[in-house]
Design a protein around this ligand. Sequence first.
Ligand code: BGC
Length: 392
Amino acid sequence: GQVEVLHWWTSGGEAAALNVLKEDLQSKGIGWQDMPVAGGGGEQAMTVLRARVTAGNPPTAVQMLGYDIRDWAEQGVVADLSETAKAEGWAEVVPEPVQFFSTYDGAWIAAPVNVHSTNWIWANKQIFDELGLSEPTSWDELIAALDKIQEAGYVALAHGGQDWQDATIFDAVVNATGGIEFYKAALIDLDPEALGSDTMKEVFDRMAKLRTYVDDNFSGRDWNLASAMVIEGKAGMQMMGDWAKGEFINAGQTPGEDFLCFRHPGTQGTVTFNTDQFVMFQVGEEQRPAQIELAKSIMEPSFQSSFNVVKGSVPARTDVSDEAFDACGKKAMADLAEANANGTLYGSLAHGHAAPAAVKQAIYDVVTAHFNGEYDSETAVEELVNAVEAAQ
Ligand code: BGC
């Protein structure tokens, strides 16, 4: 058999992780037809998918995030994995917030390959050592560190000006500024009071402050090129989900020696997550066995370990040991378990797990326009309230 897989894993670290999956399938005699569509957050991939499904020719499986999965399920074009899920006991081992996106109307329609989180900062250890910096634990400490790095002549904040990257920082700043309950009220419940609050104005003020630490060439830069700036010692920090770790690892770097990973100050004890899931589409009977084998392979505990060690994410099952993971991965696994137990685990807005695509896009537009100086903070708050209302 053969599977055709649509995905947006095109960076060095992502390709290395994907290879783990390709090789695993190859060892089972299943061929891989690659269908890469670059673009973090998967916007471009979803556009290509729409064209394929409209043409009546969907891929076997598609990397997908959060509410996009539910949207496609609603359209009745995805395959049912429930029999396999039941036989393999997925319901017992996949955390409930992850399962919410793997199932629709009681049926399993996707195989979750990982859990990522967005409230991370990646830092160059040598620059931190040279400037006598330690991991900042508050907004003021973060700003003091960024100032020091900038004064020393480095780019303080490596960033790529793309809407989903701006929104990834916004996830963390909303959480850090108002707390996780405020994050939930604003970005998950879409409460107009929270969206229009003074706290939200402070969020935008902080975004504007962070904007002063990026370099002149940030516009349009891909996220992995921003990671490379930190890896190469040109920039001090990057605020990005833990797929960034995949780039550091792929460059041969070690956490604690070459780079640091820490939670965005003020978000410790909370996790804003996204989970990459492979959604199976309705394909011809002859393709079905390979499709089922792909889903089963993705869910194997040993595969979840070897894949996520490379990808920078953590397993989507609770029964996988953290033994093979580095210090950042061990922390990510412990943080996820803690946040899940404490009710401080929420879906990432930037990566499609807080609100449906239309609302996500509406928020992207306001955040990016403000980041690029089109709105002051007060206008951004007004625009946010209106845009979210109009998108629902
Ligand atoms: C995905 C990650 C991916 C990142 C950058 C996120 O939306 O969940 O798996 O590495 O985008 O491409």
